[in-house]
Each structure stands twice: as C-alpha cells, then as structure tokens.
Ligand binder design. Structure first.
Ligand SMILES: [Zn+2]
Length: 302
C-alpha cells in the first residue's frame, strides 16, 4: 500500500514538475509561432493569436486571447506597430505582469533586426496606416527568419537557462538551413528572369530586397487603404511602362482588383500567394511559405 502511494506521489510530482518546466508562449502570428516551436521543441507550448489566413494588422482582441495571455510565460510579437491595433488590448486584458512590455516575458523581434522603410519625416493621417518605425513584415525574408530564431533562443534561454544549449543549437540549425535554401531560392528566382512585380500591400518588401527584385507598384494607394479608381489607373500605367508580368496578391487580400488590372495588361499573371504558415492548406513550415513564393515566379517559365 505504502509503495503504491509512493508511486502515485512520484508520478504526481513528475507530472507537476514536467508541466512546470514547459514554457507557455503566445506568438502574435503563425510564422513566429513556427519559429518558437522549432527553437523550443518539447520545452515550449506555443500558440498564435493570428492564424495564417488572417490579417495581422487588424485582429479582434478576443476574450480567449486574454485568458491565454494571462497564463503565458512569454509573449512574442513582431513589433514595429504590426500588432498595434489589437495586441496592447490583449496584453492589458490579460493582466499578466510577467508579459507586459519591458518585462522578460515580452519580446518584439522586429526592432532587433535590420529594418527597412523607416520613416524619418512627420507622418499624418493622410499617409494611411504607415508603420513609422519601418516595415514590420520582417518574417518574409528567410535570412531574417534565421536571425529571429537567434533572438527567440536567447529569450527562451533567459527564461529557462537549463535548456540554453538546446535552444542555441536549434537556432543555429534553423539559420544554416535558411542560409542554404536562400541560395537555391535566389538561383531559381533569377532563372525566371522576372524582376519587377506588383503586390497588394507592402508585405513582400523584405523578400523583394533579399532576392534583388523590384516593387513596380502597390495596389493599395496607401498602407491599409483599399485601391481607388484613380490609383488603379496609375498602377496600370506604371506596370505597362515597366513591362511587369507578375502580380502577387497576398492571400489575406481580395484579388479582384489585381485581376481587373491584369485585363488591361497583356501577359500579366496574377498569383495568390500565402504569406504565412497555415495561409494555405499545404503550407506547414516556414520553408513552404518561401517555396510557394518562388514557385509563383517560376509559373512564368514553366
Ligand atoms: Zn503591413
């Protein structure tokens, strides 16, 4: 009898200590969640607020988000104002001092990277939903994904020092894999001969920069502002002059405007592309996101 009790107590202790050891992480997006999962492995339990088919700029601050935030050890966001419309509400509703801005349990990865499109001048409402600290879509560059992995590893190690070696090794692996694949993706894109593209939003700025491409035009007249008739005419003019043959519509947006534009431009292809893990049924890893983007270019030559 005593031994049975002892076994039960040992089991209870084991289960309790095991669940205690797992870090509960909330990531703002599915791409960040995937990085955390890859770095933290079995030592983390991670969920995302924004799913792969949702727009991370405008998410509803649901009560369920606040409950999850209340229980989290760490909240990871992109920062650079990507989540400014909803994450502050979620954090204050979550009432968890551990994960408030400035605490060890809160990490914004964007500002730790080399940020593009930082605005230096004065910004007014007329500029649309401009992110003044720079373009927040840092996750659409595979090399920056590797760098995000390193920052995630450092923060997980700060909260759970005994697994520091595991986090660092996983981050190194992610970085090396992304570096190797980037070389292959770059060759494949270059082989298509397509350099200039049109996109809906400035989501692909870092991808375009990494692979030596050019953004010929953006269907949104201003960030967060739907295309106007006058702006659509401008896009058609610019795309025609530049001989653009590819429009990538991030699949969280509607592609009807892109299709209307394409009708005016012979040879223009419109491809809906996922920009996140879970953004399409077959996009299960970060590698799949970049692979889908590269395949969108290859459609030209195949
Ligand atoms: Zn944006």
């Amino acid at each position: 009898m005593i031994s049975k009790i002892r076994i039960f107590l040992l089991l209870a202790f084991f289960c309790a200590s095991k669940s205690y050891a797992v870090l509960k992480v909330m990531a703002s997006t599915e791409n960040l969640k995937t990085v955390v999962k890859e770095i933290g492995g079995a030592h983390v339990e991670v969920e995302s607020y924004c799913k792969g088919n949702q727009d991370p700029h405008y998410l509803e601050a649901k009560p369920s988000f606040m409950i999850k935030t209340h229980q989290a050890d760490l909240v990871i966001a992109m920062g650079l104002e990507l989540e400014v419309a909803w994450l502050p509400k979620v954090l204050s509703g979550g009432r968890n001092l551990k994960v408030m801005k400035g605490k060890k349990g809160y990490l914004e990865v964007g500002p730790l990277l080399d940020v593009l499109e930082v605005h230096t001048g004065h910004i007014t409402r007329a500029d649309g939903d401009v992110h003044p600290d720079g373009n927040p879509h840092v996750d659409l560059d595979p090399i920056r994904i590797g760098q995000i992995g390193k920052h995630v590893a450092a923060r997980l190690a700060l909260l759970d020092s005994k697994n520091k070696g595991v986090y660092e090794a996983n981050a190194q692996k992610l970085m090396e894999r992304m570096e190797a694949k980037t070389k292959v993706w770059a060759k494949r894109i270059a082989a298509t001969g397509t350099k200039k593209i049109v996109t809906y939003h400035k989501t692909l700025t870092y991808f375009i920069d990494r692979f030596g491409l050019q953004s010929a035009a953006i269907l949104e007249p201003l960030p967060g502002v739907p295309p106007t008739a006058a702006h659509i005419l401008d896009v058609i003019k610019v795309a025609k002059q530049a001989g653009v043959k590819l429009t990538l519509v991030e699949n969280i947006y509607d592609d009807s405007v892109a299709k209307r534009v394409a009708k005016e431009l012979p040879g223009m292809r419109v491809v809906k592309v996922p920009i996140s893990v879970g953004g399409r049924q077959d996009i299960l890893k970060l590698d799949d996101v970049f692979e889908a983007l590269v395949v969108a270019f290859e459609g030209d030559s195949k």
